[in-house]
Design a protein around this ligand. Structure first.
Ligand code: GLU
Length: 502
């Protein structure tokens, strides 16, 4: 690769970015960084009817949250701006005109009513209407009309579109880095509209012109754009420009493996499909995912490192990534696997960082000052995080570190409460009262010594003790819990349980 690599992510701001879009952005980012290139964000907003307020900012916020910011784009001028197509409007017309001049495109005056009528007519005969070599001379355009009439219509200000003049009987040889070579017979292609009656270019023209002007070297985008590749390649040729290389990424499939992953799948199965929340749809961020987890699982949707490795930091992804290792076939989305990734990244996060996120949740639950502080909460986090997938799991896993149990697991109560339990526990209270150094280790040593001395079995002491302190049979090492809540609280909980459970 001699030229500096420049790739772009070119979303249309028609709504929130789907995670499939984030994956496209990520693969662009990884490819750019791997080759020391630039990652450009271009907003393709030529279709004003589909413009959604806030979508552009959402896209930018999403990339930033994922930690894959663009190098060049809105607010980051790299000398190839503007980066919003609506602000480049004046650029495109001259390229459309150039194609007309060179005989590669033509004016078409057909009204939408007449095109609809053709379509309907074809449908009734079980056919599909395609505007191309087959019928273009029978339609209302600068190929079928006399030049004078064309000029007159243009002078009159009649509405027109500019269509690409697709040559018949050509075999196009297209190359895609992921899919290899693709042959297309131009007879199946239609004369796509390049320039619309509203004075705006269509996606195809704007996309190709901008990729050229922005010196894009590699176009990495979703498979849904593969059918556009033929036209895009033809446009580069028509302009006499070198075309970039293309890579069309496989679709992300529903968890069942068939069909494209949709927003509705997320709603039905209860997992996010957006990076950030958008109206009622909860995003990965708000659901409690770490951006590192999202980036990691997205990277492995359609790409594989060729090894068994599944956990990758962003730097590791940059180092390992290659388009040659992107699969052709769709990548099945597995919502359970995303949790597995999050659990991993949660374990990697320093306890104090997790505690900072957990502290506000604790504050909502209790006011007790001796517990609502970062030191205590950090210690709690260290003891319980192992079982958590999200910070939002913490309270349920650790409530007994903050509040005495209000009820006791019924099944466990039945099983653990024996005739002699009250006597043993009262005796244990007496022992606990004598323990000065209430650290976990010391308490454990002394309680175990007392058990040995009294010739009690562990089963008679430890399970009821846990039930009384926690209200359930869950939780980490019981002496860690005792040491954390303190001697007075431990005693009080045992007494309360004895009173309540009779
Ligand atoms: N604007 C197109 C989109 O919304 C861009 C496709 C492309 O990357 O060429 O995905």
């Amino acid at each position: 690769m001699s030229k500096k690599v420049r790739v772009r992510f070119a979303p249309s701001p028609t709504g929130p970015l789907h995670i499939g879009g984030v994956r496209t952005a990520l693969f662009n980012y990884l490819f750019a960084k791997k080759h020391g290139g630039d990652f450009i964000l271009r907003i393709e907003d030529t279709d004003q009817n589909r413009y959604v307020e806030g979508a552009e900012q959402y896209i930018i916020d999403s990339l930033n949250w994922c930690g894959i910011p663009f190098d060049e784009g809105i607010g980051k001028d790299g000398g190839h701006g503007p980066y919003r197509q609506s602000e480049r409007k004046s650029i495109y017309k001259k390229y459309a005109d150039e194609l007309i001049k060179n005989g590669k495109a033509y004016y078409a005056f057909d009204s939408s009513e007449s095109l609809d009528a053709h379509r309907k007519n074809h449908e009734e005969k079980g056919k599909t209407f395609i505007y191309n070599w087959h019928n273009r001379l029978k339609l209302d355009n600068s190929l079928s009309l006399m030049p004078e009439e064309v000029q007159q219509r243009l002078d009159n200000g009649d509405e027109f579109v500019i269509r690409f003049l697709n040559p018949p009987d050509e075999k196009l040889e297209l190359t895609d880095i992921i899919r290899g070579s693709i042959q297309i017979d131009t007879n199946v292609l239609d004369d796509k509209v390049l320039f619309k009656s509203d004075g705006m270019p269509t996606y195809h023209l704007a996309n190709v012109v901008d990729d050229h002007l922005m010196e894009i070297t590699h176009v990495i985008r979703g498979e849904e754009w593969l059918p556009s590749l033929a036209l895009h390649k033809q446009l580069y040729d028509a302009f006499g420009w070198d075309s970039p290389e293309f890579a069309h990424l496989p679709l992300i499939m529903k968890p069942i493996g068939k069909g494209k992953l949709s927003k509705r799948d997320g709603e039905k199965l209860g997992f996010p499909v957006f990076p950030l929340s958008w109206n009622e749809s909860v995003g990965y961020k708000e659901e409690g995912y770490f951006p590192e987890a999202v980036v990691n699982f997205l990277a492995l949707l359609g790409w594989n490192p060729g090894t068994e490795q599944e956990l990758f930091s962003l730097d590791e992804l940059v180092a390992a990534f290659s388009l040659e290792r992107v699969n052709k076939s769709g990548a099945r989305f597995d919502p359970e696997k995303t949790k597995w990734y999050n659990q991993h990244y949660l374990q990697q996060t320093p306890d104090v960082e997790l505690a900072k996120s957990f502290l506000p949740i604790v504050k909502e639950q209790i006011t007790n000052e001796s517990y609502v502080n970062i030191e205590y909460v950090t210690k709690v986090v260290a003891l319980i995080k192992e079982r958590a997938v999200f910070v939002s799991d913490f309270w349920e896993l650790s409530d007994y570190f903050f509040v005495a149990p209000k009820e006791y697991n019924e099944k466990a109560t039945k099983k653990q409460l024996k005739e002699d339990t009250a006597d043993i526990m009262n005796d244990l209270i007496a022992t606990i009262k004598t323990i000065k150094d209430f650290s976990s280790e010391n308490t454990e040593t002394l309680v175990k010594a007392w058990i040995a001395e009294k010739e009690l079995s562990f089963g008679k002491v430890m399970p009821p003790l846990r039930l009384f302190l926690v209200g359930d049979m869950k939780g980490p090492h019981i002496f860690d819990i005792m040491s954390m809540i303190g001697r007075e609280e431990s005693i009080s909980r045992i007494e309360t349980a004895l009173n309540k459970l009779g």
